[in-house]
Design a protein around this ligand. Structure first.
Ligand code: NAD
Length: 246
């Protein structure tokens, strides 16, 4: 039980990586507040799990940070781990990218997660070993066609996380990112339903497969637990080695 007596918030917990991480954290002894826009998905995934409470919420709402952090502390009495995982994709050539799409991508992937960190920090300072885990992407470091907004948002996440790691270390708080590769989740399901696309992405990894949500959840567990006590400001690629070659 690597998270015994810990309280965690996981956003984007109704699907994919967030759902798997909330479940794994609970199995490892944490009490978890699972947050997502999708109330049905939250209850389908976690309704039967004793250690998981669900909160349906848009993380971009003006009062979302105070409500989400407040709910965790009210329900469980403390906060040890914030995992900012909720995210959206967007796809348009830079030349054609509508400003609303650019703005929405940055609002969800970057600004909302930063605001959640801000609201969490006073409580993480009271924790014996506070943890911020931000889900970025290999696209924080690399790119593909159509990903100007997505890449900008994820590079922004790694940038602000490094800075928080520097600022919060003296309080015993670590702040790290996970950079998933190609993972089979709700976000990618439509693309990977095409065998040709799934095969292409699987072959980018030396391990010759797509990642599964549990692959990322295990990385998150490492960053949430005492095992990573001396790891901060780190970008943990969990991509099956996808970035090893050009
Ligand atoms: N799947 C991949 O290949 C991949 C690769 C790199 C990074 N990521 C990142 O992993 C994270 C999780 O994505 P996933 O792949 O599990 O996708 P997913 O679509 O399965 O899950 C994302 C969840 O976030 C929720 N969400 C979106 N906007 C929200 C909002 N405003 N408020 C609350 N919840 C919101 C969605 O409802 C959904 O349940 C994302 O940040 C994504 O960018 C995924």
């Amino acid at each position: 039980m690597r998270l015994e007596n810990k309280v965690a918030i996981v956003t984007g917990a109704a699907s994919g990586i967030g759902a798997a991480t909330a479940q794994l954290f609970a199995v490892e002894g944490a009490r978890v507040l699972a947050v997502d826009l999708d109330e049905t998905g939250l209850h389908n995934n976690h309704g039967e799990t004793a250690n998981i409470d669900c909160l349906a919420m848009d993380i971009c709402d003006a009062d979302a940070p105070d409500i989400i952090i407040g709910e965790a502390v009210d329900r469980f009495g403390q906060l040890d781990i914030l995992m900012n995982n909720a995210g959206i994709g967007s796809n348009a050539l830079g030349e054609d990218m509508a400003l609303e799409v650019w703005q929405k991508t940055l609002d969800v992937n970057l600004t909302a997660s930063f605001r959640l960190c801000q609201a969490a920090i006073p409580h993480l300072k009271n924790a014996p070993a506070g943890r911020i885990i931000n889900v970025a992407s290999v696209m924080a470091q690399h790119t593909d066609y159509g990903l100007t907004a997505y890449c900008a948002s994820k590079a922004g996440v790694t940038g602000y996380t490094r800075t928080l790691a520097l600022e919060l270390g003296k309080y015993g708080i670590t702040a790290n990112c996970i950079l998933p590769g190609a993972i089979h989740t709700g976000m990618t399901a439509a693309s990977f339903a095409h065998d040709e696309i799934a095969d292409t992405w699987a072959k980018k990894s030396p391990l010759r497969r797509l990642g599964q949500p549990i692959d990322i959840a295990r990385g998150a567990l490492f960053l949430a637990s005492d095992d990573s006590g001396f790891v901060t400001g780190h970008d943990l690629n969990v991509d099956g080695g996808m970035l090893l070659r050009t």
